[in-house]
Each structure stands twice: as structure tokens, then as C-alpha cells.
Ligand binder design. Structure first.
Ligand code: NAD
Length: 483
């Protein structure tokens, strides 16, 4: 029996699931079970929804300054326990603790603070008509909303959803991934300490097809903000549509990183290009997994790139010197390994990596994969079309700008692209032609939380971030007055 049993947060109280059913939570670095999380049923979800309904009117009527203050307090409480959160996130997900400390947890704190501030600065729209009338727009909270998040950036993406939902006056029923439930559970405990009224934030742990599906289906939930796979997103859209629920879907990607011969390939930029493929073991929806390189520099770039990838250290996530940790689950490890096998069978050259790793000591049974770089495959190969979501990057040469655009856009996904060039005109020209929700030029993962975040095509519907998120979580009402 593992020592830790997580609880649901329903109506301001930490609760076990009604059916007393539990899911094992694994430490990816060791393959061992270290906790259990509730395997909640539809009745647990209904309890949470009823609590959220009860709290909805009071929370909507709470002045935004007070809502903001509570979000700030929660952010402070998380920040005060940064090390504990980072250690827990690393243990639960397999990511290096140094990354959790530098990126995941500080960003979760920023998400809460950002929306705490944004709700106070948010302006309502008004439109004057020359014919003697004025329109102004009221924005009301939707009521009870559902927030469902994935395992790759557990607390970071959980807070990215609950913060705008709560700031704009909704009550929330949220579900983190059952694969990485720990930090959301700890956040739930701190939300009580912060003083959120009971029922305002409810966290129901459990599996996607049961707990998650019950949230999506519940008729009292007015909107679903979801981040996860394209397949799950399609199912959520199908369930939500007949009920006319609002949906925001942040889904998968197969992102290009495009390197032109004129790019400034300084050591620092090369490091960023490597990071854009392998950060968090490649388990970031924004990772550039197709690296398009102009043919005139292909060979020399490849050598420099491979030398850097070779220097990446894969090992115990608790070790501060590890650049990459373990993949999140046995299932995901198997999927990534089968993608590498598929690349081989498609005729790809494995330039580096391609194998599982077994670090010495306590991590010998963990789910580690060597950073892998493959070339020799066309853009239409399955390896270049399917999201792998692991430490696997393919190299593809291109001749000129037209071919780069065709290759970059030649995917069913449209989340993010990065472009490396010193030619400013080209940067603007291509920025306008790349069919992705986010285009980074001479940078990667440089995030301003005010900007629209999300993807097109199979990468999703809608945008998060800044006022986009506040708009999503509110219902506009236009008032037109003639004078
Ligand atoms: P997933 O779709 O399996 O699960 C995501 C969440 O949805 C989990 O909480 C899961 O329990 C829940 N879920 C699963 N089935 C459900 C259902 N039928 N109804 C309701 N909820 C359900 O995705 P994952 O494997 O956890 O995450 C990896 C995926 O997430 C990748 O495809 C990645 O690209 C994507 N992702 C996208 C973004 C983005 O911003 N676009 C960010 C991070 C991850």
C-alpha cells in the first residue's frame, strides 16, 4: 500500500471517492507506485457540480478585487512551497526537478497572478453609433465550468485554465490527468487555506473516459476548457455540441522548426533549437519535432546539432545535472519506442539515440528513452505526420522559402512553428504564411501571457491566454441605448 492517498476537493472539503475506488500513481523514473488517486465516478462529479452550482451566484457577485486577492493568496502559498511542488511534479511526471523548479511551478504561480491582475484591468467594450445610440457589452460568468488538463505540464496547464475561469467569476469542476494528479491535489489543499469559499473550486480526480466524460456530459456544466490529445478533443467536441456547450480545445501538434542558411546559429541559438526538440523529454505540445534545414547548410548544421544532442544528459530527474528525465508512463514509453521502430521500418536513418536507457541505481527500471534524431524520411512519412510526443526529432532538408513553407504547412496540425533567419523581410513574409497559431522567430517558448495561445487545424479550437481566456469564460450581452 503506498503511503499517499490523494483526495478530491468537493464543496471545500477533501474527500475520498464515494465508491472507494483508487488508481495507482507511478513514479516514471523508477516504475514504482508511490501514491493512489481517486478513481472518481459520475456521482462524485455530480457532487462537485452541485457544490459548484450552490456557490455560483455568490462567487459571481463577489467583487473582482476579492476574487483577485484570493488568487494572489493561492499563488503566494504555492510559491512559498516551490521546492515541495517541484519535487512532487518531478516525481509524478518524470521531468527533471530543475525544470519543474525553473519552469512548471513558477509558471503556475504566474498564471494565477496574471489572471488575478487581468480581471481587474479588464475593460468592457462599447461602440458608439453616429445615428445616436451607444452599445456597451456586459460580460457575465457562465456559471459552472469544467477544466480538464493533461500530464505533460501538470500544474502549469491546470492553473492556466482554472485561473481565468475563477477570475472571471465562474465556479469550477476541474480534473487533472490521472497520470499526474499530485500537484493539483496539493493546490486543492492550499485553496482551502487561501480561503476560497466552499464549492468555488472543486477538483475531481479520475480517469478520462469515466470522470472526464462525466464532466463533459453533465448538463449543468456550461463550458469545457480542455487540453490534451486530438483524439480525446474530438470526442469532447462531439459530446458537447448537442448541448451547445462552449468548448476550448488545445490539442496535439507536429511542429516545424525551420532553419535558414542565413540564421544566426550562435551557441545560444543552437541550444534553443536543441531545447525546442527535447525539453521535457519532447513532451511539450510546442516542441519542434520536425527540424527543417536549408540544404546549403544541412551537413554542417547536422554535425553541430548532433554533437549537442549527444551531450544531453538523461538520468534521474532528481539529479540537478539531468537534462532529460523519464517518459511519463509505461504506456507512453511503449508508444514512443514503437514510433522509433516505425521510423526504422519506413527507412529512416537513426543518427543518434533510438534506444531505451536504463540509468544505474534507483532508476534502472524507469521509462527512459535516449534523445533520438532521424533523417532520410520524406515529410509524408508517418513519422513526420504523427505526433510522437517524445524525445524524437526528424531532420528534413529544403531548398528555398517556398519549399520550407510547403513542408512546414504539410501537416494536419497547426499549433506552433519556429523560424530561424536573419532576413527580416522573410521573417514577416513567412510569419504570415505559416498556418500555425503561434510562430516564434529566432526564439522558442518565449511566452507573453497576454497573447492568444492555441492552434488551428487538428491542433484545436479557440484560444487561451489574456483576454481570449476571459472572453471564453464569460457570456457577452450587448446593451444598445438610443438617445
Ligand atoms: P489525453 O487526451 O489522453 O488526456 C488529457 C486529459 O483528458 C486527461 O485529464 C484525461 O484524463 C482526460 N480525458 C481522457 N479521455 C477523456 C474523455 N473521454 N472525456 C473527458 N476527458 C478525458 O491527453 P494526454 O495524453 O494527457 O496529453 C498529451 C496530449 O496533450 C498530446 O497530444 C499533447 O500535444 C496535448 N497537449 C496539447 C497542448 C496544447 O496547448 N495544445 C498542451 C499540452 C498537451
Amino acid at each position: 500500500m503506498p503511503s499517499t492517498r490523494l483526495a478530491n476537493l468537493i464543496d471545500g472539503r477533501l474527500q475520498a471517492p464515494r465508491d472507494d475506488r483508487w488508481l495507482d500513481v507511478y513514479e516514471p523514473a523508477t516504475g514504482a507506485i508511490f501514491a493512489q488517486c481517486p478513481d472518481s465516478s459520475a456521482s462524485d462529479v455530480d457532487d462537485a457540480v452541485q457544490a459548484a452550482r450552490k456557490a455560483a451566484a455568490g462567487w459571481a457577485a463577489t467583487p473582482s478585487e476579492d476574487r483577485s486577492r484570493l488568487l494572489h493568496r493561492l499563488a503566494d502559498l504555492i510559491e512559498a512551497r516551490l521546492d515541495e511542488f517541484a519535487a512532487l511534479e518531478s516525481r509524478d511526471s518524470g521531468k527533471p526537478v530543475a525544470l519543474a523548479k525553473r519552469l512548471d511551478i513558477p509558471r503556475a504561480v504566474s498564471n494565477l497572478r496574471f489572471f488575478a491582475a487581468a480581471i481587474i484591468a479588464w475593460e468592457s467594450e462599447s461602440h458608439a453609433m453616429e445615428t445616436g445610440a451607444i452599445n456597451y457589452t456586459l460580460r457575465h460568468p457562465l456559471g459552472v465550468v469544467g477544466c480538464i488538463s493533461p500530464w505533460n505540464l501538470p500544474l502549469y496547464l491546470f492553473t492556466w485554465k482554472i485561473a481565468p475561469a475563477l477570475a472571471s467569476g465562474n465556479t469550477v469542476v476541474a480534473k487533472p490527468s490521472e497520470i499526474t494528479p499530485c500537484t493539483a491535489a496539493l493546490l486543492g489543499e492550499l485553496s482551502i487555506e487561501a480561503g476560497f469559499p466552499p464549492g468555488v473550486l472543486n477538483i475531481v480526480q479520475g480517469r478520462g473516459p469515466t470522470t472526464g466524460q462525466a464532466i463533459v456530459e453533465h448538463p449543468a456544466i456550461k463550458a469545457i476548457s480542455f487540453t490534451g490529445s486530438t483524439r480525446t478533443g474530438a470526442g469532447i467536441a462531439a459530446t458537447a455540441a448537442p448541448q451547445f456547450k462552449k468548448i476550448s480545445l488545445e490539442l496535439g501538434g507536429k511542429n516545424p522548426a525551420i532553419v535558414f542558411a542565413d540564421a544566426d546559429l550562435s551557441e545560444q541559438n543552437l541550444d534553443t533549437i536543441v531545447r525546442s526538440g527535447f525539453a521535457n523529454q519532447g513532451e511539450i505540445c510546442l516542441c519542434g519535432s520536425r527540424l527543417l534545414v536549408q540544404r546549403s547548410i544541412y551537413e554542417t548544421f547536422r554535425e553541430r546539432y548532433l554533437a549537442r544532442v549527444k551531450a544531453l544528459r538523461v538520468g534521474d530527474p532528481q539529479d540537478a545535472s539531468s537534462n532529460l528525465g523519464a517518459l511519463v508512463s509505461r504506456e507512453h514509453f511503449d508508444k514512443v519506442m514503437s514510433c522509433i521502430a516505425q521510423a526504422r521500418s519506413e527507412g529512416g536513418n537513426i543518427l543518434i539515440g533510438g534506444q531505451a536507457l536504463s540509468p544505474p541505481g534507483r532508476c534502472a527500471n524507469g521509462w527512459f528513452v535516449a534523445p533520438t534524431v532521424i533523417d532520410g524520411l520524406g515529410n509524408d512519412a508517418a513519422t513526420n505526420q504523427q505526433e510522437i510526443f517524445g524525445p524524437v526529432v526528424t531532420l528534413i532538408p529544403f531548398e528555398d522559402e517556398d519549399e520550407a513553407i510547403a513542408l512546414a504547412n504539410g501537416t494536419g496540425y497547426g499549433l506552433a512553428a519556429s523560424l530561424w533567419t536573419a532576413d527580416l523581410s522573410r521573417a514577416h513574409r513567412m510569419g504570415a504564411q505559416l498556418e500555425f497559431g503561434i510562430v516564434w522567430i529566432n526564439c522558442w517558448l518565449l511566452r507573453d501571457l497576454r497573447t492568444p495561445f492555441g492552434g488551428s487545424k487538428q491542433s484545436g479550437v479557440g484560444r487561451e491566454g489574456g483576454t481570449e481566456a476571459l472572453r471564453f469564460f464569460t457570456e457577452p450581452r450587448n446593451i444598445c441605448i438610443r438617445y
